[in-house]
Design a binder for this molecule. Structure first.
Ligand code: FES
Length: 104
């Protein structure tokens, strides 16, 4: 379902706390991360270094480490911690009717 750039991607209950899910609104690779409760983040699921999917990365607090060459990103801002001029795209998200929607 799509409406004004919002795309329904996943049932909210399908994403557990501290969990991650790879989704593809309109074909874009997006990584959803639920910290606790309704604290969610949605960032590009493609590392700007060499394109590895971040889905298999390690999450430590708000830091997501790429599984390929260990680049680390802040999931709140998308910023690459070693060079802030590089960042992941951050997507708006919302929960409606029990589903997570991502804006693309
Ligand atoms: S592809 Fe992510 S650090 Fe190299």
């Amino acid at each position: 379902m799509s409406d004004g750039g919002w795309v329904r991607v996943l049932k909210a209950e399908a994403l557990r706390e501290q969990g991650m899910a790879a989704v593809f609104p309109k074909g874009l690779p997006v990584l959803l991360i639920r910290k606790t409760g309704d604290e969610l983040y949605a960032v590009a699921n493609k590392c700007p270094h060499m394109g590895c999917p971040l889905y298999r990365g390690r999450l430590d607090g708000y830091t997501l480490q790429c599984p390929c060459h260990d680049w680390r990103f802040d999931i709140r801002t998308g910023v690459f911690l070693d060079a802030p001029e590089i960042s992941l795209r951050v997507h708006e998200w919302k929960i409606s009717d029990g589903h997570i929607l991502v804006k693309v």
